[in-house]
Design a protein around this ligand. Structure first.
Ligand SMILES: *Cc1c(COP(=O)(O)O)cnc(C)c1O
Length: 255
């Protein structure tokens, strides 16, 4: 087959997968009495190559979530001609990569330390821009997960009003990896209840509308519990070549 024919076939698969995910989102919204327009689908493109990302862009996608800075940077450079494509960082960030991040990332969903907030704000000021951020919360109490413990979030969010370049939009979490839907749902409920509480007490300028939760295996549950963004990789792009431990290392670096 010619490469054009292969591309056409891949494009069809991607469009079909997107449609299937959108129908599942719509069905979950219907069950929950929610408007599907209130749920943002963020395709997660880690390990997915440029050819397929150009095809998903051609299918109408304008935002991509990436887990690692280097990979996201490389892709954003290679696809700089797609001026309306926005890159979101959804994985842990070390402070020594902040300088690079402020050059191309439009939203950061894994803010989890005062030190990182300060480093980001300083670089953003220098760059003369602002950044949408979500605070990552560890709702499963698993050591392998990044994010703040739920009882630390309130104080942390209050401290963020000192950083005028960070536009705080809400919270993000990864649920427990479990086949037990009750345990997974409990993580989503925890994040929503925390968000609702913070909404009452948040200082001016701190937004608490976003709930980024739910992935390929659990986004319906997340929508039922109030997700405003679902981050979906595998269900759109297919299986990744490496296990997820590669992206969520158990040995957390303490930079
Ligand atoms: C990879 C990843 C996802 C998407 O996972 P799938 O199971 O492939 O849908 C969502 N969120 C984060 C933070 C990820 O790293």
């Amino acid at each position: 087959m010619s490469s054009a024919a292969v591309d056409a076939e891949v494009a069809t698969v991607l469009r079909t997968n997107l449609e299937a995910v959108r129908s599942r989102i719509a069905a979950a919204c219907q069950r929950a009495g929610r408007d599907p327009a209130q749920v943002r689908l963020l395709p997660v493109s880690k390990t997915v190559n440029e050819t397929r990302l150009r095809l998903i862009h051609a299918a109408g996608i304008r935002e991509l979530g990436e887990n690692k800075v280097q990979e996201a940077w490389r892709k954003s450079q290679a696809m700089a001609d797609l001026a309306d494509l926005r890159w979101l960082l959804i994985g842990h960030l070390q402070t020594n990569k902040v300088k690079q991040v402020v050059q191309f990332v439009s939203e950061f969903q894994a803010l989890d330390s005062p030190r990182l907030a300060q480093a980001l704000d300083r670089r953003l000021q220098a760059q003369g821009r602002a950044l949408d951020v979500l605070v990552q919360v560890n709702t499963s109490a698993e050591d392998s997960k990044f994010g703040l413990a739920p009882d630390q979030v309130s104080g942390f969010v209050r401290s963020l009003s000192a950083f005028s370049s960070l536009r705080v939009r809400g919270l993000m979490t990864l649920a427990e990896f479990s086949s037990d839907a009750q345990r997974v749902r409990a993580c989503f409920v925890r994040l929503r209840q925390l968000r609702d509480r913070l909404r009452q007490e948040a200082p001016d300028g701190i937004g608490m509308d976003e709930l980024s939760m739910g992935m390929s295996g659990d986004f319906e549950l997340a929508i039922e519990e109030g997700a405003t963004t679902v981050r979906v990789g595998t269900a759109i792009f297919g299986q990744r070549p490496l296990p997820d431990q590669h992206y969520w290392p158990a040995d957390q670096d303490t930079d």
